[in-house]
Design a protein around this ligand. Structure first.
Ligand SMILES: CC(C)(COP(=O)(O)OP(=O)(O)OC[C@H]1O[C@@H](n2cnc3c(N)ncnc32)[C@H](O)[C@@H]1OP(=O)(O)O)[C@@H](O)C(=O)NCCC(=O)NCCS
Length: 159
């Protein structure tokens, strides 16, 4: 990571619109996220679940976020996205590291996620933190284009 000061903090109400805008921009890339365009930014902002969301902030601007959905069964499901221009600088690693710490604090025993099989940057990030592949769902997502995309389920035990 460069000298750019980065902070990771829990999301607050005022973050809703920036979070929704980043989400919509990443959805437009049609590569990493399950949702497809168009995204209704106001609706997404209003429905964003702040509890469990961490934001990455550089120079007072949100550049990405991670959501950890803690289940009643001891595992947490992760999702994350960064603005394109802020990728490859260690910010995803910083978010994931903070989320793992949070998960341990909450007493979760496992983190899990699904990722498109072609999403090499995301898979590399998860592997770096010790996530392992637990399964593959073949032709699982039908996209608006008609393409059928595989997903990989990954898990990280925190025991
Ligand atoms: C996935 C994502 C969050 C990664 O965040 P990031 O800040 O770019 O990741 P980092 O810079 O911390 O990189 C972590 C590791 O991933 C690997 N990596 C990063 N970019 C990569 C790329 N383009 N190709 C291959 N590996 C890559 C590196 O090995 C890096 O490890 P290192 O620190 O030892 O070099 C980011 O690419 C993103 O927002 N993508 C779009 C949304 C998305 O796909 N979300 C995940 C849905 S499951």
């Amino acid at each position: 990571m460069s000298a750019t000061p980065l902070s990771i903090r829990p999301a607050v109400d005022a973050d809703r619109v920036p979070l929704a805008r980043i989400f919509a921009a990443v959805v437009e890339e049609d590569a990493g996220l399950g949702t497809e365009p168009p995204v209704d930014i106001d609706a997404r902002a209003a429905s964003w679940t702040l509890d469990g969301t961490l934001v990455a902030v550089v120079d007072s601007e949100i550049v990405g976020s991670l959501h950890l959905d803690a289940s009643r069964h001891g595992y947490g499901e992760l999702g994350m996205a960064l603005r394109r221009e802020w990728r490859g600088k260690g910010i995803g690693s910083a978010l994931l590291s903070a989320a793992i710490e949070d998960a341990r604090t909450r007493g979760l025993h496992k983190l899990s996620l699904s990722v498109f099989a072609h999403n090499e940057p995301a898979i590399a990030l998860y592997r770096k933190f010790g996530f392992v592949q637990e399964g593959r769902r073949v032709k699982h997502y039908r996209r608006a284009s008609g393409e059928l995309w595989d997903t990989i389920d990954m898990g990280l035990l925190l025991l």
